[in-house]
Design a protein around this ligand. Structure first.
Ligand SMILES: Cc1cc2nc3c(=O)[nH]c(=O)nc-3n(C[C@H](O)[C@H](O)[C@H](O)COP(=O)(O)OP(=O)(O)OC[C@H]3O[C@@H](n4cnc5c(N)ncnc54)[C@H](O)[C@@H]3O)c2cc1C
Length: 377
């Protein structure tokens, strides 16, 4: 086994770190407080290539692997999990196009992401969260067009996307067996963002409903064959879940660094709290968990990225383990900062709020455990 990163990977990681430290970290608290998405900053991050790391060069991407995507995402997540989520959402929405789209669709939409256009991945509905098979949004064929009706909820970038990848059933009687992805461009009549969610964390990321009311799109906006949607959605998650794991590792790393700094500076009982073994043991556990999560994420990303076989349980392990680690580590960071950790003067409370979503989106961690168990059994 070789754990060394290539020169290209190191260069991409460095570029992401520099961008994250210079551009994202300084504004993270402000946008979190305002519950506003820094749209221009996210576009600039995409133009830097951070949402297209694993997209082939002929479609505007960097043509690198899933490991590199994870290295980049960890850096973005370390600066702000909310902003990283919105950049990641364009990356996520690119995957069904990469997996099922035609040459023309790939050239048009994947290039658009690399040029800074925002994308949204629309799967979840009010009555279809973990249970993707219950999707009721319809796309009914009408000559050379489809007419889409339905409501998607909790959609990242939902209020701002330049295009939406939406999963709808083409035959309500066949239900999920007719699930099919489509691209709907912003400005299409009948497409509108609904309620914007007010969230516990990742507040610099826009999350909203997306409503489809008699939205007519050309047949050429269908991704792949009718009925291929369930498989495309699951293959998308196979590739994207390690990325969420990496985001969680970055978030945990940021909380850990803050806790170490505070433990060295805060004096109680005449010495820094870092001199207390109880605090040292917490720091040691945090460091161990982060290293374990990072190793698992990168290794799973390596295997999944080869795309030789479906490895859904590997992706699920990366997302689930790293998400749980982020929750534990950020909670411990708040504990190490004591009362200060509970105030908004320090980033610890934001890290803890941001961490919770790592156990919920892209499939809850209960669902990840089901996927892992399926893989085993
Ligand atoms: C901030 C945010 C951003 C999001 N971004 C997107 C996006 O961009 N695109 C998109 O399509 N979706 C997005 N989502 C939706 C997200 O993926 C779902 O919220 C998630 O999959 C869970 O679905 P649900 O909320 O309906 O919960 P439910 O499915 O109702 O689950 C509720 C609880 O029941 C548990 N549960 C349900 N079924 C089972 C089972 N069979 N076994 C064990 N436990 C079970 C769950 O684990 C959970 O704890 C986002 C959500 C949020 C909050």
């Amino acid at each position: 086994m070789n754990f060394d990163l290539t020169e290209e990977q190191l260069a991409m990681q460095k570029a992401a770190r520099e961008f994250a430290e210079k551009e994202i970290a300084p504004v993270a608290a402000e946008y979190d407080e305002k519950e506003e998405m820094p749209v221009d900053l996210i576009r600039r991050a995409q133009i830097q290539g951070f949402a297209s790391v694993n997209i082939p060069e002929e479609y505007g991407g960097a043509g690198m692997d899933e490991v590199t995507l994870c290295l980049v995402t960890e850096e973005l997540g370390r600066a702000c999990a909310g902003i990283a989520t919105s950049i990641g959402a364009s990356s996520l929405a690119s995957l069904p196009i990469l997996l099922a789209g035609s040459e023309e669709q790939k050239k048009r939409y994947l290039r658009a992401v690399a040029e800074g256009k925002l994308a949204a991945f629309c799967l979840t509905e009010p009555n279809a969260g973990s249970d993707v098979g219950s999707i009721s949004t319809t796309a009914i064929k009408d000559g050379d067009s489809y007419v889409i009706n339905g409501c998607k909820c909790f959609i990242t970038n939902g209020g701002y996307a330049d295009f939406y990848v939406v999963f709808a059933v083409t035959d309500p009687e066949r239900g999920a067996r007719s699930l099919t992805p489509f691209v709907v461009e912003k400005g299409t009549p009948g497409l509108s963002p609904g309620k914007k969610e007010k969230k516990m964390g990742i507040r610099a990321s826009n999350t909203s409903e997306v409503i489809f009311d008699q939205v007519k799109i050309p047949e050429t906006n269908r991704l792949g064959k009718e009925g291929g949607g369930f498989r495309t959605a699951m293959e998308t998650f196979d590739l994207s879940r390690p990325m969420i794991g990496a985001l969680a590792v970055g978030l945990a790393q940021a909380a850990f660094e803050l806790a170490v700094k505070h433990a060295k500076e805060r004096v109680q009982f005449g010495k820094p709290i870092a001199a207390q073994q109880a605090v040292q043991f917490m720091l040691a556990d945090m460091a161990m968990q982060i290293e374990a999560a990072r190793s698992l994420v990168l290794r799973m990303a390596y295997h999944v990225g080869k795309r030789q076989q479906r490895l859904s349980h590997y992706s699920a392990m990366a997302k689930c383990f790293a998400g749980d680690v982020a929750m534990r580590v950020t909670t411990d960071a708040v504990q190490i900062l004591g009362g200060y950790g509970y105030t908004r003067d320090y980033a610890a409370e934001k890290y803890m709020r941001d961490a919770k979503i790592m156990q919920i989106y892209e499939g809850t961690n209960q669902i990840q455990r089901l996927v892992i168990a399926n893989g085993i059994l």
